[in-house]
Design a protein around this ligand. Structure first.
Ligand code: BYC
Length: 329
């Protein structure tokens, strides 16, 4: 960047800084630093992809839900996730990236999405554990994002968070029902909690001292709390709920430390986290394969929609020129 451009942009930068300082919102047409735009595109598109890939582990159980009621609830939840993906793709589009570009990045395996969706869902109890732990973690992470400095992202998050609380409760209720059932059902619930607990803690991202993006994102008020702060909050939320459920959180070291005012935990297995991020988790390849297949299967829908839009435009254009020739505005 030349000195001249820096000087040229100085008033815009000052206006941007003032909006951030005042806890106000940046909107799509406002000037923003290129790095702020880039960070938002990165985070919002990753978030959108997570919602869309996140439909797969639960979609796996729609045909096998144990009752009609459970099936209807699960279908509604998975549909909500599709909706969240769409709000978020739309928010990202306001920053200048197209939906096609984002889709391409995802199906070619070039985009990140949440590590959590690379684990398998072998039992019905996984639907409970995902709702309770994964949606629970999502709520802790996402409620502060309702105050993110970028308007379209923050507004999308308000709606998403309302739906996430329903998701979390339905997961809790599945686990509660299993825990009040037979010994085999209780075992199923505990096993699912054992498998999802640690990956759900990893959802918050690397520890603060290894999180390259946190400081700048917090400076811009995109993120309001650090990864570790949110992880601590989440553990604090889980402990009393685990007691009500009667499940054990699979960490023998877990305790509240009065002195530091923090939860003490065993070391999180960050090697596992990095392996999953590098594409070597248990389900990475399968998730992308399914996404690519679904995209290819949907080609005819996109073609039909584009053709319909083209015809509508022609018709509207025709009607408009007719009304103009008759002097109707
Ligand atoms: N998985 O500097 P950091 C849902 C990456 S959807 C994968 O701390 P940042 C749900 C990170 O992207 C849940 N990658 O980054 C849906 C960065 O890589 P790049 C999704 C991760 O952005 C359906 C690098 O590690 N929620 O809840 O400051 C059904 C360094 O990290 C992960 C969101 O996306 C991870 N877990 O903080 C049910 C929320 N963690 O891009 C539920 C919005 C970190 O530099 N996102 N990475 O190559 C955020 O709040 C933040 O982006 C994160 C990471 C806290 C995730």
């Amino acid at each position: 960047m030349t000195t001249e451009t820096l000087i040229d942009e100085a008033p815009e930068q000052a206006a941007f800084d003032a909006v951030i300082e005042a806890d106000s919102r940046i909107e799509p047409r406002d000037w923003m630093p290129a790095a702020y735009r880039k960070t938002l595109i990165r985070q919002i598109s990753q978030h959108a992809h997570s919602e869309i890939i996140g439909m797969q582990p639960e979609g796996n159980w729609i045909t096998r839900a144990p009752s009609l009621k459970r099936k209807a609830i699960l279908m509604a939840k998975v549909q909500d996730e599709a909706g969240h993906g769409l709000y978020l793709y739309s928010a990202a589009q306001t920053l200048g990236i197209t939906r096609d570009e984002m889709t391409e990045q995802l199906i070619e395996g070039r985009a990140r999405y949440s590590s959590i969706f690379n684990y398998p869902t072998p039992t019905w109890a996984d639907m409970g554990a995902i709702g309770w732990l994964v949606d629970g973690a999502a709520i802790c992470n996402q409620v502060p994002l309702c105050r993110a400095s970028y308007g379209p992202y923050a507004r999308a998050m308000v709606r998403i968070c309302k739906e996430e609380s329903f998701h979390q409760r339905q997961g809790f209720e599945i686990l509660l029902t299993l825990m009040q059932g037979t010994a085999a059902q209780r075992e199923l619930a505990q096993d699912a909690v054992n498998r999802w607990y640690w990956p759900s803690l990893m959802m918050f991202g690397p520890p603060d001292d290894e999180s390259p993006n946190s400081a700048q994102s917090m400076g811009w008020k995109i993120k309001r709390f650090s990864n570790d702060e949110l992880r601590q909050r989440f553990i604090g939320m889980l402990v009393p709920q685990a007691e009500v459920l009667g499940v054990t959180l699979p960490d023998p070291e877990l305790r509240w430390d009065e002195g530091s005012g923090r939860w003490i935990t065993s070391e999180i297995d960050w090697t596992e986290f990095h392996e999953v991020l590098a594409g070597r988790g248990p389900m990475n390849a399968e998730r992308i394969r399914r996404r690519r297949e679904a995209h290819e299967d949907g080609a005819w829908v996109r073609e039909a929609a584009a053709e319909y839009a083209r015809k509508q435009q022609l018709r509207d254009g025709g009607a408009r020129s007719l009304s103009l020739s008759k002097g109707v505005a």
